[in-house]
Design a protein around this ligand. Structure first.
Ligand SMILES: [Fe+2]
Ligand SMILES: [Fe+2]
Length: 183
């Protein structure tokens, strides 16, 4: 794998790994703030970020070794409204800046695996930003969000609200059995 794409993938792996754990911490905070649906949204999206991190890691399977990794990631544990603002900012950064730039490099370097794993990630991050915005509007109004069952594709991180998972993931074509639901 070309070095610049590998460096970008390592950074994306770091960012997704941190997002995965940060959302779990913020889920526990949402639970204790009295917003169980927001907590469930954080847990579901944390699972999607895990899928993104794992996908990037697998694409780099031939680039072993130890590397210092620089990855953007929000810090701070505040009230659920502020945590949601941090989540929205992070998702928007990935959608508007990070992945579009990383994808340009991966395409220029003909790194098909990287293009695939990062395309899958960016498709989900746009959905995450919208769902977190809905959560923030509710929390800012002093109530929990309305939220049905959240379905997560464990292969690509595709995220959506529905009673049932689809027979085939619309993003990565994974079978229904790849989905986990958060209800
Ligand atoms: Fe996300
Ligand atoms: Fe998928």
């Amino acid at each position: 794998m070309r070095e610049m794409t590998a460096a970008n993938l390592r950074s994306a792996f770091g960012g997704e790994s941190m997002a995965h754990l940060r959302y779990k911490v913020w889920a526990a905070k949402a639970e204790s703030d009295g917003f169980p649906n927001v907590a469930r949204l954080f847990r579901a999206i944390a699972r999607a970020e895990e899928a993104h991190a794992a996908g990037h890691f697998k694409v780099m399977c031939q680039v072993g070794g130890g590397f210092p990794v620089t990855a953007g990631g929000g810090f701070g544990l505040a009230g659920t409204g502020e945590n949601l603002a941090g989540a929205i900012e992070g998702e928007n950064f990935e959608v508007r800046e990070m992945y579009p730039c990383f994808l340009e490099v991966a395409r220029a370097q003909s790194e098909k695996g990287a293009v695939q794993s990062m395309s899958w990630a960016v498709a989900a991050e746009a959905i995450h930003a919208d769902m977190y915005a809905q959560a923030k509007a509710a929390v800012d109004a002093g109530r929990d969000m309305e939220l049905g069952t959240v379905q997560i594709c464990t292969r690509c991180g595709h995220t959506f609200e529905a009673d049932e998972a689809p027979d085939k993931c619309p993003v990565c074509s994974a079978k229904k059995s790849f989905y986990v639901s958060f209800e």
